[in-house]
Design a protein around this ligand. Sequence first.
Ligand code: GLU
Length: 393
Amino acid sequence: MQKATSPLQSYERIVIKIGSALLVDPDDGLRQQWLDALCRDIADLRKAGCDVMIVSSGAIALGRTVMRHTTLGTAKGSLRLEESQAAAAVGQIALAKAWSQALSQQQLIAGQILLTLADTKERRRYLNARATVGQLLMAGAVPIINENDTVATSEIRYGDNDRLAARVASMIGADLLVLLSDVDGLYTAPPKDNADAKFLHRIADITPQIEAMAGDAGSELSRGGMKTKVEAARIATKAGCAMIIASGKQDHPLDLINSGARHSLFEPGTSPVTARKKWIAGQLEAAGKFLIDPGAQRALETGKSLLPAGVKQIFGSFRRGDTVAICTLEGEEIARGLAAYDSEEAELIAGCKSSEIVAILGYSGRTAMVHRDDMVITGVRRDELQTKQRETM
Ligand code: GLU
């Protein structure tokens, strides 16, 4: 194939997320030829000096094909949670072997990492996972990452690898995330039902309009629909990482992007953020919610801390240091941060002046309810980041 200019090779650290449908054919199992071709693209990126990490879906789909002669293989339609976990247990072994063998043909070493939501949520575990991935990259290996599907239950799982890949990208300081699936990019409306849907080549900002284009969670039939892709873009771009949505249907999908195949590019956020803030921005679940008045909102937007006086209402039960969503009085989220007080104390001092804290709590606590160093402005977010769990494999 003729190689044109190579936009991918101008990035230093690339996370590539592979959707299940690309790797696994429900009837024939692993799509070996496709995987081999992809690994040649990966080897090219490595030769050009890029660090490459793979977030690979496919454990459940592959497990179903391996178990085709068992009750799990013959089950029609979606699997129940425990069935998909059993399929993942079988499929993950096959998946890791397939990656390891295909990469070794390119003289590359694969290292498997299975993550749970808690590994990116709890800061200590997050730093630990980051160190492991960092070591693999330093040694020149290619980390192959998936969710630890076999044990994660609905409350403690991502459920989709789009957002997992975005968290990994932000965690490891990647400058590009590529989501390869069977869709080639973002359209102004679902192209299947709208003949005049327009393709978006570049997205500079994830506005409410862009979110609306992704549709509702409920309208997506499979995990990792356009909604989770746009959520992934929000996480990645906030962390200063660009994101590409491209089709992986053809062999050599990365090479094809390099030679001009159509794709949507989400531009990275420009303001430099600290590692701590990246972590806060990527927290999927907030333990509590603060409704704040317009004055406090303006203060936050100019980089100030959230003082107790501006907090009108508090929801949820949280401990000091837990993530809280900071919302307008209408409930629209504008920031995320770490609470400086437990919820019981926060309720007592909400609406009060900072100078009154000592009289109310009996000790002189922190002046701010959420300190600006522990806060990230996330912009208006209409819905919770955590999408409903979908079991549609
Ligand atoms: N972790 C799931 C698997 O390997 C895939 C999740 C997704 O499709 O995004 O099968």
